[in-house]
Design a protein around this ligand. Structure first.
Ligand SMILES: [Zn+2]
Length: 125
């Protein structure tokens, strides 16, 4: 089935879709390059290739997810400007992690008494 630009638009779409599938779902840029290397230089082929690749269900399903925006704490410039605390339940108490972002140091300690005391006071009111 040779590719001919004089085919009906529906036939061109089918042939390009077949090429797209046979070459393992090539991107539109690579498929256009492949078709041009075969000696077909037609502007309408690029539009059809774009239509085929954007409407392909397999490509939609396995498309790379866009990168998530990086979220972080503001950078600290002086000591104690940004302090990060995290708690983790460990056995019967809590383990706390304190990190100072300015000097990039962190501390790990058992903080069960600091956490339980305010919680008991709030529940008794
Ligand atoms: Zn595809």
């Amino acid at each position: 089935m040779p590719f001919d630009v004089t085919d009906q638009p529906g036939e061109q779409w089918k042939k390009i879709a077949k090429l797209h599938k046979q070459f393992a779902h090539l991107s539109s840029e690579r498929l256009i390059k492949l078709i041009r290397n075969a000696g077909i230089i037609d502007k309408s082929v690029g539009d059809i290739v774009d239509d085929v690749t954007t409407s392909c269900d397999v490509c939609k399903r396995f498309k790379k997810a866009p990168p998530r925006p990086a979220v972080g704490f503001p950078l600290a410039t002086v000591f104690n400007e940004t302090v990060v605390l995290d708690l983790k339940v460990f056995r019967s108490g809590y383990v706390g992690v304190c990190a100072l972002l300015a000097c990039r140091s962190s501390y790990l300690s058992h903080v069960a008494s600091m956490i339980q005391a305010p919680a008991i006071q709030r529940q008794s009111k």
